[in-house]
Design a protein around this ligand. Sequence first.
Ligand code: F6P
Length: 489
Amino acid sequence: MIKNGPYLALDTSYQKLSVDELLETAGKRLPEHFDDYRRQLCRGEYRNLSEDRPVTHVLSRSVHAVAKQSNRKTRFVDTVQKLRSGRWLGSTGKPITDVVNIGVGGSDLGPQMGAFALKEFADDAALHGLQVHFVSSMDGGQLYAVLPIVDPETTLFIVSSKSFGTVDTFANVDTVRKWIEPDLTQEQWLAKHVIGVSANAQGMTDYGIPPAQQFTFGQGVGGRFSLWSALGLSIALTTGIRPFERMLEGAKAMDEHFLDAPLADNLPVLLALYGVYNREQLGINNLAILPYDGRLRMLPNYLQQLDMESNGKQYTAENEAIDYPTGPIIWGGFGPNGQHAFFQHLHQGYDQFTADFVTVLKREAPGFSDATRSGLAEQQRLAVANCLAHRRLMWDGSENADSPSDHYPGGHPSNLLIMDDLTPESFGALIAAYEHKVFTQGVIWGLNSFDQPGVEKGKKIAMDVLRVLDGESDETFDDSTDAIIKRMR
Ligand code: F6P
C-alpha cells in the first residue's frame, strides 16, 4: 500500500497489519488530545515540561520563509553570500577558503548530513570554491585530519553549540586557538576567523565573539531539531541560500501534511503507529535505517540521535516511572554497502528486526556527457533493484527443504520511503517526517521527547573522572574505573 505525501511516499505493504487494522489497534494508542498536541507543536506552543520551555523547532522553518517573503536581506543571508563569494577576508587580507564547523550531536549531525546530501544542489553562481569541513569528536582525531589541510589565515571556524558550553566542542576550539599561532594573534582570530551559532548569546559575547559574528536561535529549538535554524549555517554555506530555503519549504510542506492529512494517509503518523505496533505487539526492539542513495548515508547516524535521544526513556513527562517498552534501538547503514557487510545476519541470522529502506528512484546528473549520464542512471536502477530485492527477501523469505543454507526465514517488517528525486525539498520533507514520527511516538508513550537527562548525567560523571585524572580530586568509583585511572596516572 503506497501512501503519497509531499515529496515523499511510503510503502507499508511489508508490515504485518494493513493500515485499517493498524488504526484499529495501535491507532487506539493515540491520546484523545493528539490533534491539539500536533497543532501546538506546529505553532511552537507545545511544552517541554522538564525544561519548562516551549518546543519551537517547527517555527524555525517559517522564520526564514517570512524573511524571504518580505525580501529582507538577513545577516544570515549576507554572511552566506560573503563567504561563498570570497568577499569575506581574513585578518591578513586573504579571502576565506575553508570553513570548519565545530560542534557535536545536533550541532554536527544535522548540518553535516544536510551539507553532504545537498552538496550537488549548490548554487554555484557566486561560488569561489569554499570548502566546508566538520569536526565533532572530543578526542581530536578529526581535528588532526583537518588542520594539516587548511591555513589559519584563510580558515573560518563556526563554533556551533546550543549551550555554548559543551566540553567536546571547546576541547577542539582550544586546540584550534593554539594552532593559529604564530600565523594569527588571538585578537585577529576572533575578529575575522570565528562565527558562533548558539542559543546562548551571552556565552558567545563572554567568549569574545563580536556581535556581528554571532547567530542565535531560540532555547525552544532542541539541539537534535536545529538544522533548520541558524545552526544550519554550514548547510547554507555548502549549497547557497536558495537550496537551504528549499529544504525548509520541503519540511514545511511535511508539517502541513502532518497537521491536516487524515490519519490513514498521514506519513509521520503511520510511521509512528507501525513503530509502536512493532515495538509493543511484536516485541521487536530495533529499527534499521537503510538508505539506498549515497547522499543519504548519514541518515542512520542522524536518526540515531533524533529518535534515541528523544524517546529512549523510562519516565513520563510528569516524571513517573514507565513499565512498558519505549523507543527502539536505531541502527543501520548505507544499504548498498550494508549488503556486503551486515545483511547476511538480516537474511539468515537469529534476531528480529524492523527496517526503514529509503530509495531514490531517479537521479539527474547534469553536467556529465550523455554516455556518463546513462551510466549513472543505470547505476541508480541497480541500486533500486537491490533495495527492492533485499527488502522482499527479508519479508517473504525463501524455503528450500533440502538445504538449510538456502533457507531464508523472512517475516521481518519494513517500510519503504520513496523519493522520486532527491531534492532539497524532498530531503527536508523526509527529515521533518521523522521528526513528527518521533513526536507522535513520544506522545503515545507519554514521554517528554525533548530532554536528555541520561546524557547530562554521563557528562557530569565524566567531569568527576577528569578531575581525578587531573589530580584535583581523590574520588573513587568502582574497581574497573579506579584501576584504569591508576594505570593512566
Ligand atoms: O548529547 C547531549 C547534547 O546536549 C545533545 O542534545 C546536543 O545536540 C549535543 O549535546 C551538543 O550540545 P550543544 O549544541 O549545546 O553543544
